[in-house]
Design a protein around this ligand. Sequence first.
Ligand SMILES: NC(=O)c1ccc[n+]([C@@H]2O[C@H](COP(=O)([O-])OP(=O)(O)OC[C@H]3O[C@@H](n4cnc5c(N)ncnc54)[C@H](O)[C@@H]3O)[C@@H](O)[C@H]2O)c1
Ligand SMILES: [Zn+2]
Ligand SMILES: [Zn+2]
Length: 352
Amino acid sequence: MRAIVVEQYGVLPSVQEVPSPEVQPGGVVVKVEATGLCRSDWHGWQGHDSDIVLPHVPGHELAGTIAAVGEGVEGWAVGDRVTSPFICACGTCEQCAAGNQQVCPNQLQPGFNYWGSFAEYVALPFAQVNLVRLPDDLDFDTAAGLGCRFATSYRAVRQVGRVVAGESVVIFGCGGIGLSAVMIAAALGAKVVAVDTNPAALALAAKYGAVEVVTAGPEAVARIRESTGGGAHVTMDALGSNEIVQDALRSLRPRGRHLQVGLLPDGVQVDVSGLIWQELEWLGSHGMAAHHYPEMLALVASGELKPAELVTRTISLAEVPAALEELNLGTPAGVTVIRPGATASLGSTRPD
Ligand SMILES: NC(=O)c1ccc[n+]([C@@H]2O[C@H](COP(=O)([O-])OP(=O)(O)OC[C@H]3O[C@@H](n4cnc5c(N)ncnc54)[C@H](O)[C@@H]3O)[C@@H](O)[C@H]2O)c1
Ligand SMILES: [Zn+2]
Ligand SMILES: [Zn+2]
């Protein structure tokens, strides 16, 4: 099969012919129809993830059809349309038994622990625990995002952040995670303020429900504190940056909640005494367990959430190296989805 192969961290990968994955007991092999380009793939390529062993195939935000079903997997058949949380939980440990598959200590992640979905086929372990059946009318480009960023933001905003109608929510970084969070928080009735350096990303944030957009910079915190009447109820770092963390904590009102979703491979400095005297909450959020997908899919089916609108570009495998390189400098506005089955360059942009 064709796949993107990383041979050295930070060096552009290439499309290569590699062996297709073999189906394992308890798992399935999925023919990848669409797979999103998430900044976590960029972190992996940069060498920020100690789980990765080279040579490596990235990709963890995927949707497709089952191509092979492993021994012991019941209720799933070749041809079924599926996605899966990028955190493939074991289903048998204490955390899984408690419903917290997103922090399963035995989890395996395609594109990090083993070869991922920037390929024509990908293996998914523990299929019974993790597979999510896609509604027939949900297209693969949209469904890919449910494997990572849309679902991660859904859990972060709704379950971990406990956002309710009327609260002010500030999203720092309006890429795949941030725009999803804007849409989800707005649908919950929150007053959403979006912060980014890229005017095109801010324009999308306004389209998806932000009532105010703020250009990142020295004035941002003062503007946020003013427009939220003395500080936000909830902030989210949807990039992963020490500067954003500082601005986010300064943008909160007393007893506010900060959601940390962006990865911080170089660490971060937090003024813990500020957390104490203002009783701020620092909340980490990681993916979302498969058993929470039905409630999110119901909101997609009812039209309250419109993840299809987030996809702005579809590309082929051949275009992936350049798209990864682009992430060294910034992020094109919206979500980029790769179609591994496409042989010609797609380079397409979905019209408004
Ligand atoms: N916790 C999890 O489970 C989880 C899941 C998925 C992704 N992530 C992480 O979330 C982060 C975001 O991923 P993504 O794919 O949405 O990234 P992205 O590259 O699509 O978006 C980042 C956005 O931040 C903006 N930005 C850059 N500098 C900024 C600044 N100084 N202030 C405000 N905005 C700025 C960019 O213009 C872009 O719009 C990454 O660290 C990724 O690894 C975490
Ligand atoms: Zn991701
Ligand atoms: Zn487990």
